[in-house]
Ligand binder design. Sequence first.
Ligand code: ADP
Length: 162
Amino acid sequence: MKNAIYPGSFDPVTYGHLDIIRRSASVFDELIVSVLNNVKKTPLFSVEERVKILEKATEDIPNVKIESFSGLLVDYARARDVHVIVRGLRAITDFEYELQNAQTNRLLSKGALDTMFFTTSLEYAYLSSTTVREIASFGGDISGCVPDFVEKMIFSKFGIPK
Ligand code: ADP
């Protein structure tokens, strides 16, 4: 079985992430989308909330499974017997960081873990979770960035009635 892990913060999941999930799920038998539990960041949504949001946002894609992990990605991938990581590339600014991560993961896994990149669909090239959080914190329009139910949850986090 060909499976892959798509790791990320997904705080919150955007249409950009969902596009990468949909496209990569059509390439693999199973795609594990996994929320990184990064203790160094203060997230808008807890890991549990992000898992629930991702489950709902991907409920129509049968071969997608949502999980969370902490620690090294190589250890998590080994435990799941997965050898491919999926990541999205928006612009040249993503490239350097992603290249470094991909090479580090190959090294740490002794060549057992490779990274496959999906380039962003042009309409989502500008989109990031950080931008969405920023716009929403000022009550701006994020309807083109995230699904409706996520939009409601974000505004309620910021205490903004919509
Ligand atoms: P990070 O893991 O750096 O916190 P995210 O969780 O926001 O980043 O994103 C996870 C992955 O999804 C990364 O590979 C990122 O480049 C990719 N990604 C994020 N937004 C988009 C987008 N709009 N289009 C394509 N890929 C994206």
